[in-house]
Ligand binder design. Structure first.
Ligand SMILES: [Zn+2]
Ligand SMILES: [Zn+2]
Length: 351
């Protein structure tokens, strides 16, 4: 005890949605105001925005920072960020912090060093999209604050074991991200961020430190840069879902989801838009997995009454049975997490 009355600093936990695209990205359409309203309703108080670097400029970055501030409200703070892509759009690095705009397609090694030097935070997004992991330079590890081990858009409804391995080997913290473009990526993934709140007196002295929402953009930037975050899914710490029975169940559901998504997108059914077709290429390996085997496995764990209701006997399970069972399970899961965004019989989970 010093006897000096230092302003009391308190610590507060906030629920964060990471890696969100708005109409400021060239492949997404939600206005910032709609993002603030929807994510606020889902219980997030901080949104880590990450717009694609292509199409941005230094001037636009300045306007965007203002737009995020305008769209923030008493419940939700939109934190500006850019997802940088390299020249042929393979490696993606979301960046947050009071840093300048680094160009539409910067050299990744130089970007990481510059971000770190500027006190910003860089995360490696979806290392398995387009085999980005093959370009990994061990020198990056010292600059990365996180690696996405679960990207809803590319990894689906289960974490990616290969990305986990990258996180573990490089000693880079695990990060979870929605990669939100459309409502299909609304999913109960979050980061719990520990904010060292400033006292009210400090806030009055320097209003820039605290936005109206109470979660100042600079507080968020500083918590990210010190690694004060922990990933969660379905409200549970991520570790609970990466080993044991829950991990196995999620992996099984994700495998089945991919098969169902393939059926949903068969010729004659609506095709994915061009920007999503690469997702389906990634799924080629899964498509070769016989739906029959997945169905048999699901049926084996179902009570007999339920099996009869689905009109199938375990020996004669086929792909459509798997589709029905899995879509029910997935819809229930999504509904459980987000009651107001489960649309249609598949609960919006097929994206
Ligand atoms: Zn990306
Ligand atoms: Zn993205």
């Amino acid at each position: 005890m010093t006897g000096v009355h230092a302003p009391a600093a308190t610590t507060r936990m906030v629920r964060v949605a990471a890696h969100v695209h708005s109409e400021w990205s060239d492949d997404a359409s939600w206005p910032l105001s709609r993002i603030a309203a929807t994510f606020g309703r889902l219980g997030y108080s901080v949104i880590l925005m990450s717009e694609h670097s292509r199409g941005f400029s230094s001037a636009k970055w300045g306007e965007y920072i203002d737009a995020c501030k305008m769209a923030s409200n008493g419940r939700v703070t939109l934190v500006p960020g850019i997802e940088y892509g390299d020249s042929d759009d393979v490696v993606h690095i979301p960046v947050w912090g009071r840093v300048p705009f680094f160009g539409e397609a910067p050299h990744i090694g130089a970007l990481l060093a510059d971000v770190t030097q500027g006190g910003g935070t860089a995360v490696w997004a979806h290392p398995w999209r387009r085999d980005a992991w093959r370009r990994f330079d061990p020198d990056w590890s010292q600059y990365l604050s996180g690696v996405e081990v679960w990207n809803r858009k590319y990894d689906g409804i289960a974490p990616n074991p290969n990305s986990f391995e990258i996180s573990r080997r490089g000693g880079t913290p695990a990060f979870v991200a929605l990669d939100f473009h459309t409502r299909r990526q609304l999913f109960p993934l979050s980061l719990t961020l520990r904010l060292d709140s400033v006292s009210e007196r400090q806030a009055r002295a320097d209003p820039r430190t605290v936005d109206e929402a109470g979660a100042g953009v600079d507080q968020v930037y500083s918590a990210l840069s010190t690694g004060s975050f922990s990933p969660r899914a379905f409200g549970l710490p991520l570790e609970r879902l990466t080993a044991g029975p829950l991990a196995g169940a999620l992996r099984g559901l994700e495998r089945t989801r991919r098969i169902v998504a393939h059926i949903v997108h068969l010729p004659g059914n609506p095709r994915p838009e061009p920007s999503r077709q690469e997702d389906y290429e990634c799924k080629r390996a899964d498509q070769s997995t016989p739906g029959r085997a997945v169905a048999a496995r699901l049926l084996a764990v179902m009570p007999r009454g339920a099996r009869r209701r689905y009109g199938c006997r375990s020996k004669k399970a086929d792909t459509m049975n798997a589709a029905m069972i899995a879509s029910t399970a997935i819809a229930a899961m999504v509904r459980f997490g987000y009651p107001d965004c489960a649309t249609g019989p598949l609960g919006g989970a097929m994206g």
